[in-house]
Design a binder for this molecule. Sequence first.
Ligand code: ATP
Length: 460
Amino acid sequence: MGIACCKEDPIDFTQEVELQHFHLLRSVGKGAFGKVRVVQHKGTQAIYALKYINKAKCIKMRAVENIIQERRLLEEVECPFVCNLRYAFQDDENLFMILDLMLGGDLRFHLDRMGMLKESMVKFYTAEVACGLFYLHSKKIVHRDLKPDNVLLDEKGHAHLTDFNIAVHFREEKPLTAVAGSMAYMAPEVLNKKGYFATVDWWSLGVLAYEMAFGKRPFRAKTNDGLTQAILQDDLEFPGNVRDLVSQECIDALKEFLRRDVTKRLGCKDAGGKERLQADPWFKGYNWEAMEKMEGEPPFVPDAKRANFDATHELEELLLEDNPLKAKPRKKKKAGEEDTPYTAKEGEDPSVTRDMRIMEEKFIVYDFTKTRRAALPQQSLTMASISNLPGSVPGVSTLPQDSSMHRDVMEGREDAVDMTGVDTQASTQHHSRVAGSRIDTDHHPLPDVASVQARRASPS
Ligand SMILES: Nc1ncnc2c1ncn2[C@@H]1O[C@H](COP(=O)(O)OP(=O)(O)OP(=O)(O)O)[C@@H](O)[C@H]1O
């Protein structure tokens, strides 16, 4: 009897994907919105990263549209230089996104540890991120929040873009105007509010490359106004011993990325785009054909024997989480009820009810094995990849995942969220958030949510 009660019910994997289809493993990260855990699909044994966001917190932080937008954009993306979306679903409490798992840690983690990176690393990550940006821009998506925190390394040391929270579609005929992003990485054309396109990502890549090379950002100030002025006006300066640190070609490339004139900025379409960037003397000797296929040799392989993330996330989850994540069945729909099972609680603020319904309707289920899209090799991670991490869950079998699952490209969507306004909220990590935002509804029709959030780096 006792034995029978401990046995899990068999799972029907032909049914819609849900949390119960996964084993929940280690906690590896925490962002302002979500928490990230390693999970293993109980059917295929494949391992992934699960990003989950509490719905009530999401509403409180006015991030509903951002999360929906992130899920929507990721559905359109399939690129080796991106943490691709594999599944999306929700339960009554949380929104879930299952992404390719990156075990090498984010660039912020490595920068914090190493202080600054070797030029070979700076060049390699800049080149791989550039490959990711060319892909996104070809799909008319601008990331807008490129920074070390949002570049993750896989276990081999390849770079992948993540956090599409404030990414949007852009159209050549109508510039974006919202002040969105992490302030220290924002391009001058975002801050001067004259309108911008994908050029902003190339500026941010310049700031990222500079920070990797010298361990500090090119434009710094003690206040947001000071930082805005520095980005808009200050001369680009380099550390006194710059030539001891990097080559002249590196300095020149950084100058080219950090040009205020977008018609001259390295990477930008009007400055020769991909062709010009790939021909830049800094990348001399790079085999771009191989780089684009992710066949370049990473100059640094993250240590697989140690956790490449802040282990306090795991401790927090164990010690402080009063509502630990677990698979819960959804509330049953009552007879005659429509597809939206959310029923307002007594005394609930109508705006909360509305946001709950929006999430229910718009954060739709995604399953990469059922939605056929462009075939691309999936990250072939196995339990072996994580089983030797300190503190890994013992006794889980090492099975290869099924990499035969592909998907076809879905139709692009043109809806996008724009944000304006900045606040002076203090940053707890490397960024603070932008409040008092607005959705550019005349440009991109969206559900009736009047506020969204973006974030920016703290000034110094
Ligand atoms: N696919 C992944 N594989 C491994 N770790 C990941 C993955 N995605 C995110 N992480 C870890 O979790 C952290 C938080 O994730 P993410 O930045 O996506 O959350 P967020 O709430 O959107 O963050 P933000 O505060 O930037 O809005 C990352 O910095 C990274 O360390």
